[in-house]
Design a protein around this ligand. Structure first.
Ligand code: ADP
Length: 276
């Protein structure tokens, strides 16, 4: 009982206004910080920023802009970063929630949490609501839970209820589009889908450059080689390599990051040795 009570209070803490408020921030991530995005995708994102920033322009032509955008991509490819950058560039508030946190097995208050989240966004009038790991509630095949479908209904009801003068767009991220509940995919909800692939060799080089921007590099550092040797690495994994290489340099009392530091960090990752 004590365990349950503790968990319940933890969870009700999660639902409090303070927590929701803490997730609301005008973020500082710029589009240019999200490196290695291919040109086509970039153009699509610039258009999304434009319709969130200038809704009037689209309304004048009676163009219906999507209420929801589904972002698909493996973990660490930069979905959250990109959503923050969109909010920042469009100058709207950013509200973050992970769907994995939303589902509350103790109190069944998940629908209420969604309501609160949308209420806050509505108060702000111009906002992006980012729901991470949407598949964790939209997965009927594995989890036909009452709270899961209640949550989906709550989410879709809120989205269906957006009115003309609310400039709110929901961005939902997933790595498993195939597992999503059909109701989420129905027309009129998440009408725009964008896929964010793992970066290609040029993308990896750009991402490494962004993360090495403020570091002192030895003249032997060759990012072309490192980018070639990091096939299938996500942006987050590349950021991890840079961080590990920096730590290694400090450990050795070196003032610069060398190619060897970077390569060792990469090897550690490949061999599954956790970064310390
Ligand atoms: P996702 O939401 O897809 O799991 P995140 O946006 O949380 O990924 O990325 C985690 C971290 O990895 C970011 O904070 C950033 O440091 C790094 N990262 C990921 N993708 C990129 C990218 N394209 N450019 C620069 N950094 C990236």
């Amino acid at each position: 009982f004590i365990y349950l009570a503790t968990r319940m209070s933890e969870h009700s803490g999660l639902l409090s206004d303070v927590h929701t408020e803490a997730n609301k921030n005008k973020t500082k991530v710029k589009l240019e910080d999200v490196a290695g995005i291919e040109e086509n995708l970039k153009l699509e994102i610039i258009e999304i920023i434009d319709f969130i920033k200038n809704p009037e322009k689209y309304k004048k032509l009676n163009a219906k802009m999507p209420k929801g955008i589904l972002m698909e991509g493996e973990p660490g490819v930069g979905k959250t970063m990109l959503a923050k950058a969109i909010a920042n560039e469009a100058e709207v508030d950013f509200f973050y929630r992970s769907a994995a946190d939303l589902e509350n097995p103790y109190l069944g208050m998940s629908a209420k949490t969604v309501k609160e989240l949308f209420k806050k966004a509505r108060e702000s009038k111009n906002a992006i609501i980012f729901i991470d790991e949407i598949d964790s509630i939209g997965n009927r095949s594995e989890k036909n839970t009452v709270s899961g479908s209640g949550l989906i209904n709550a989410l879709l009801t809120e989205m269906d209820g957006f009115n003309e003068n609310e400039n709110i767009v929901v961005i939902a991220a997933t790595n498993h589009i195939e597992k999503l509940d059909k109701a989420i995919l129905r027309e009129g909800r998440f009408d725009r889908k964008i896929s964010i692939p793992l970066p290609n060799v040029n993308g990896r080089k750009e991402i490494l450059k962004v993360h090495l921007k403020d570091k002192k590099l030895s003249s032997d550092v060759d990012l072309d080689i490192l980018a070639k040797l990091t096939t299938e690495y996500s942006g987050a994994a590349l950021a991890g390599i840079v961080n590990e290489a920096s730590i290694q340099a400090v450990r050795e009392g070196s003032e610069e990051i060398t190619q060897e530091h970077l390569m060792k960090a990469r090897d550690k990752k490949i061999m599954g040795v956790p970064f310390k």
